[in-house]
Design a protein around this ligand. Structure first.
Ligand SMILES: [Zn+2]
Length: 405
């Protein structure tokens, strides 16, 4: 029997440590591994073999997916990889792990490496050169989120990251920042969920995340007339008026962000009728937008299904501020859209709500439109010419009536 060099090397170095010894005729794993992330950015054996799955690792993978609020949209296989590797082969996603790595590593290394690679899959990454840096940081953010929910401290994570400070050219500093963002998000989600009242003083200890400023370009814009704000004394009263009008039309999920001297209220992504900008009245209006806290943002979500017909979506952003603002140069990026829906607060902190409403304040609504072509997975932001102006969106959604316009 002629043993090719890579496999012989593998036999010499890996097998003595592996509990599942491959027998002659061990099943060859026939997948294309060109699109991948190896946790340590190392090499890969030319031939991979499928070993028996390990119950303990199975349980950890399921636990990580649950902590991250993600589905296990991938198959996991014990094989002869260096540690953990995410692979995209056509439509199929694989999580490859080495049992030897799991058994010789400590808990945070195992959870961290698995979570990073699972993070690639839940974010629907393609491992392309152009997005490599972004994808690595998104995977690290997911890792930070999961490790936080698992109960590791930020100090533990810092020590762990030093062991493997960089991969795919991402610096230690960038990785630490991404992991920390994920970590803080998990903490904030826990804190907010645990607060029963809007005016809980603990909410004040948290920093409201900032809305991109100036707001990203390509929106339809309308400043609400002064009469809308007549008789209102505080930003909290403005927020309440908007909230009542939105609730009446079914916009029950909202996110709050800070803007200079004010706040931004972002509504849930909604599908509308392209014929007249009215809200869809069937179940497709909200399209089961995942309520769970995960990292799949608007664009990834829109990519995840095939539309039987063209679909039109909108996000409404109400901005209350006393500062003039123009349009930003940037269009809505996936990361921003993700942040809008999953990183904002679900309540307006009292410190902002108590801000007096002076005559310099105004409320502007920005409407961002997205179009998903028929049976095409590529959503497009409507830019530069929106289908409808912002006033039409407000009127046809029924929000204008609720605001007394
Ligand atoms: Zn990676």
């Amino acid at each position: 029997m002629i043993i090719r060099r890579p496999f012989r090397l593998f036999l010499l170095t890996v097998l003595p440590l592996t509990t599942a010894l491959p027998l002659v005729g061990q099943e060859l794993l026939e997948i294309h591994t060109a699109q991948r992330c190896i946790y340590t950015d190392g090499q890969m054996d030319e031939e991979l073999y499928r070993f028996a799955t390990n119950g303990q690792v199975d349980a950890r993978i399921r636990e990580i997916a649950e902590l991250g609020g993600a589905d296990t949209v991938f198959q996991w296989i014990q094989t002869n990889v260096e540690n953990v590797t995410a692979v995209l082969d056509g439509e199929n996603r694989y999580l490859l792990y080495s049992l030897d790595f799991v058994e010789r590593s400590n808990e945070i290394e195992v959870y961290g490496a698995l979570a990073h690679e699972i993070g690639h899959h839940v974010n629907a990454h393609t491992f392309s050169d152009e997005r490599r840096n972004t994808e690595e940081l998104e995977a690290d953010q997911f890792m930070g989120y999961v490790l936080s929910k698992k109960g590791f401290s930020l100090a533990d994570i810092g020590v762990f990251l030093k062991i493997m400070p960089s991969s795919y050219g991402v610096t230690f500093e960038d990785r630490l920042q991404a992991v920390t963002e994920g970590f803080i998000r998990a903490e904030r989600a826990l804190q907010i969920n645990s607060l029963p009242f809007d005016n809980d003083p603990k909410l004040e200890g948290l920093t409201l995340p900032g809305f991109p400023w100036p707001p990203p370009a390509c929106n339809a814009r309308y400043e609400l007339p002064e009469t809308t704000l007549a008789g209102l004394g505080t930003l909290g009263a403005v927020e309440q008026k908007l909230r009542v009008a939105l609730d009446a039309k079914g916009y029950s999920q909202r996110s709050y962000f800070s803007v200079p001297n004010g706040f931004a209220l972002v509504t849930q992504l909604e599908q509308y009728n392209a014929a007249d900008a009215s809200s869809r009245n069937d179940r497709t209006r909200w399209l089961d937008y995942p309520a769970r806290d995960n990292f799949s943002g608007v664009m990834d979500y829109l990519k995840s299904f095939i539309m039987p017909q063209k679909g039109y979506f909108r996000l409404l952003v109400f901005i209350a501020t006393n500062q003039p603002f123009g349009g930003g140069a940037q269009r809505v990026s996936k990361a921003q859209a993700t942040a809008w829906l999953s990183q904002g607060f679900n309540k307006l902190p009292q410190s902002l709500a108590k801000t007096p409403l002076t005559p310099e304040y105004s409320v502007t609504v920005l409407v961002y439109e997205f179009e998903v072509p028929e049976s095409n997975r590529k959503p497009v932001q409507k830019c530069p010419s929106p289908l409808f102006d912002a006033q039409t969106h407000l009127r046809k959604s029924g929000i204008a009536a609720g605001l007394g316009l």
